[in-house]
Design a protein around this ligand. Structure first.
Ligand SMILES: [Zn+2]
Length: 428
């Protein structure tokens, strides 16, 4: 598996490799996530969280010896396990079988007349084939000052261990270090499904979208990183120019939106997507809380060449549960045509409530902010004289095409506002 080793990032230091597993050490959480993502990509497998133990600060932890020199090569060192995690192959343990009554089983023998919902359910459960492959990691605290050679005698180890215990009990400085011990299961551990073919074949909707966008000449500049992304855009389509000879507001809104989606789903030269939003969205959903668009006059100047466009993304503001992204669209003349600020909230899909951004993520992106404040747009109510009919009042129904996945898309609100504004101005 030499090729696999090469495809893993340098932050993963190998300690052991067998036919079924590669073991290694990783220094921090961020590198752990990067290694796991690289491993899944390289082996075309995916793993889902099965069990994570939470660290219990109140409970005294057992001090163990690392026996194989996996934490410090050639040495054993005392350590405690702070957290451990098991992830199963996505083709892993089967779900508990459904209890099927005889009437239902008759029903299921009928030719496929089921509703869409039942078909989706069947597809989901058929993916689980009981594959036993598991990925493990544990977060450990170790004490390098108390290490011993691998062949140290039992009495020497006991002496060293009691020295450590005394130092811990009396609050003496013990200079602990932390790391993650990771066990990555190799393709032969997978069973009942084909690792290289079956898991690689189905193209996700997201992958399909990105492939389509690339095919329309939208691409991430190779210099892009997770801190600063640049998307090369072929320019506004001809139908974006309205009957007054101006680029329509919605075409500018959609252009910024598509470019941002490319930056947030394509890996730059550091192997990461912009602000690692692809990883943030794993197990979460994101919600656009507020957007601000500043269109500059150069957008309306016919003399200004409008292709190709450079769309740059920078880290706006990083808060506890939300962050903002600043998107600038620059013309070949160097003039900025549009600046957008988007305030994005991370949502727990179960509670549908805002949830905290990961600490390591906030520590990483927090210092890169270009804005001091989050973008907050106060809630507004219609003026009283509009609701009683003294002023023009615009009523509308949200159409299917205004929504994405049962939710009104944030760009639709801009269109709703414009649709209300222009007739209102005409009526006075
Ligand atoms: Zn598997």
């Amino acid at each position: 598996m030499a090729n696999l080793r090469e495809s893993l990032p340098s932050c993963f230091s190998f300690t052991e490799e067998t036919d079924s597993v590669i073991t290694g050490i990783i220094s921090d959480e961020e590198n752990l996530q990067e290694t796991l993502a690289c491993f899944e990509r390289a082996t075309r497998t995916s793993f889902v969280s099965w069990h994570t133990s939470l660290s219990e600060k109140s409970k005294p932890k057992r001090v163990l010896w690392s026996q194989q020199g996996e934490i410090i090569p050639g040495c054993m060192v005392p350590y405690t396990v702070d957290q451990s995690c098991v992830r199963c192959c996505s083709f892993g343990p089967k779900r508990p079988p459904k209890t099927v009554s005889s009437a239902e089983s008759d029903e299921s023998n009928k030719p496929s007349e089921g509703t869409g919902l039942q078909e989706t359910d069947a597809k989901k459960s058929s993916k689980k084939v009981g594959c036993p492959a598991k990925l493990y990691w544990k977060k450990v605290t170790y004490y390098p000052d108390y290490d011993q050679l691998l062949d140290a005698s039992r009495s020497l180890k006991e002496l060293q261990m009691s020295r450590l215990k005394d130092d811990l009990d009396f609050g003496n400085p013990v200079s602990p270090s932390q790391c993650f011990i990771v066990e990555l299961p190799l393709p032969p551990t997978h069973q009942f499904h084909n690792v290289s073919v079956q898991t690689a074949q189905p193209q996700s909707v997201q992958e399909r979208r990105m492939a389509q966008l690339t095919s329309t000449n939208l691409s991430l500049d190779p210099s892009s990183t997770c801190h600063h992304a640049k998307v090369i855009h072929p320019g506004l389509p001809p139908q974006a120019i309205d009957r007054f000879g101006n680029p329509s507001t919605m075409s500018l809104v959609m252009l910024a939106r598509m470019a941002r989606q490319v930056a947030m789903a394509t890996r730059g030269h550091d192997g990461r997507c912009f602000m690692e939003t692809d990883r943030l969205r794993e197990g979460h959903i994101t919600f656009m809380a507020a957007s601000q668009y500043n269109i500059n006059s150069c957008a309306y100047e016919p003399e200004e060449n409008k292709y190709p466009l450079h769309v740059t993304l920078t880290v706006g503001h990083v808060g506890r549960t939300s962050f903002s992204v600043v998107t600038d669209i620059t013309l070949p003349s160097g003039h900025v045509m549009l600046t957008v600020i988007n305030q994005i909230i991370l949502i727990d899909p179960t509670t549908r409530r805002p949830t905290q951004l990961p600490d390591h993520w906030r520590e990483h992106y927090g210092p890169l902010c270009v804005r001091k404040q989050p973008l907050i747009v106060p809630k507004q109510s219609p003026p009283d004289n509009a609701t009683i009919g003294d002023l023009p009042y615009h009523r509308m129904t949200v159409a299917w095409s205004d929504t994405d996945d049962q939710h009104t898309n944030y760009t639709s609100y801009i269109r709703f506002a414009l649709d209300a504004l222009y007739p209102g101005l005409r009526k006075g």
